[in-house]
Design a protein around this ligand. Structure first.
Ligand SMILES: [Zn+2]
Length: 326
């Protein structure tokens, strides 16, 4: 298990920004998260960007202070659960708050230093144990190097990652907060009315029926992917987003194809193989040649093949690098 890693060397290569963005994208959309810990650690690291020594090192106390502050706010002040079960860190904070009878309406900064210390004594071991190795692995060592074993303790930013975080601090913080809030929403039933949910649902899917009819009435009698005849399959004809909906978040006819049920369900959120890109580009040329369709469909009017090619190319950077074929 990656969280069990007790130490890891920092990558000694120099890093391009693109590579760091890629790793962040992977982290946000692909990495496994059963607790909110990794988000908490990134927030703690960002808060400490300006506190590093000349070797870009931080002490575990510096990180622990910021990390505990994040959880005090979420767990004590707002009473939010962080996972299916209460995490070790949340449990430790709740215990300390109850035992020392600390006021729940104060921020962590406002607590007395001796109270802060006693809480950190409980949270720090859990933080060290569960988070550093996991986040280190998610970033393949390009974010930091660390050793959490007691006699060799150190934490050190990769110089390029440090510059990157300074440069895009605000953007990364927003992204972390967004994904953190989304995760917390899952574990806190009252959050159905959370603003974030409402903000996100702007891009709700519309019915694809009209597109289905247009495509069927034209030429598409076969599954775009496996070529199986869709002849009389009726309701079994699926409309598939060539570039997954979770990436484009809109329904444009130039990104829609007809497919059989199996292909549609199999493909899910994946981007089709290269050969299908050529096919859909050709298909779109023929759609676009129909003047009547262009008048009806604004998205087709603005369609250029380069648009779809770019979207296809950038799907990698957005975490859709896996290619699919039936
Ligand atoms: Zn098929």
């Amino acid at each position: 298990m990656s969280w069990e890693i007790s130490h890891g060397n920092m990558s000694d290569r120099s890093l391009r920004e693109e590579e760091i963005w890629y790793q962040f994208t992977w982290f946000f959309y692909k990495s496994k998260k059963t607790q909110t810990y990794k988000f908490g650690l990134i927030k703690a690291l960002i808060e400490n960007l300006y506190n590093t020594d000349q070797n870009l090192q931080l002490t575990y106390d510096q990180i622990s202070y910021a990390f505990t502050k994040v959880y005090w706010n979420l767990v004590i002040r707002h009473g939010l659960k962080q996972g299916k079960q209460n995490s070790s860190v949340a449990g430790a904070i709740i215990e300390a708050q109850v035992t020392r009878n600390l006021p729940v309406n104060l921020s962590f900064d406002q607590l007395k230093p001796q109270d802060q210390l006693s809480i950190m004594e409980k949270t720090s071991p859990a933080m060290k144990r569960y988070v550093f190795g996991a986040l280190y692995s998610d970033f393949s060592g390009i974010l930091y190097g660390f050793d959490r074993r007691s006699r060799m303790e150190y934490f050190e930013f990769h110089p390029d990652a440090h510059v990157f975080l300074l440069k895009y601090q605000r953007l990364i913080t927003d992204l972390v907060n967004y994904h953190l809030a989304k995760m917390i929403e899952q574990y806190n039933p009252v959050t159905k009315d959370f603003l974030l949910e409402k903000v996100e649902s702007v891009a709700q899917r519309e019915s694809l029926q009209p597109y289905r009819d247009i495509l069927i009435s034209r030429f598409e009698n076969n599954c775009f992917y496996c070529s199986k005849s869709l002849g009389r399959l009726g309701r079994q004809v699926h409309v598939d987003h060539f570039i997954p909906w979770s990436l484009v978040q809109s329904d444009n006819i130039w990104n829609l194809v007809l497919s059989c049920r199996e292909c549609n369900l199999n493909k899910k959120d994946k981007v089709p193989d290269d050969s299908y890109l050529t096919r859909i580009l050709e298909r779109n040329e023929s759609l676009k040649s129909e003047k009547i369709l262009i008048q009806e469909d604004q998205s087709l009017y603005n369609y250029r093949p380069e648009k779809l090619e770019l979207l296809y190319k950038y799907s990698d950077q957005n975490g859709f690098e896996e290619r699919w074929a039936p």
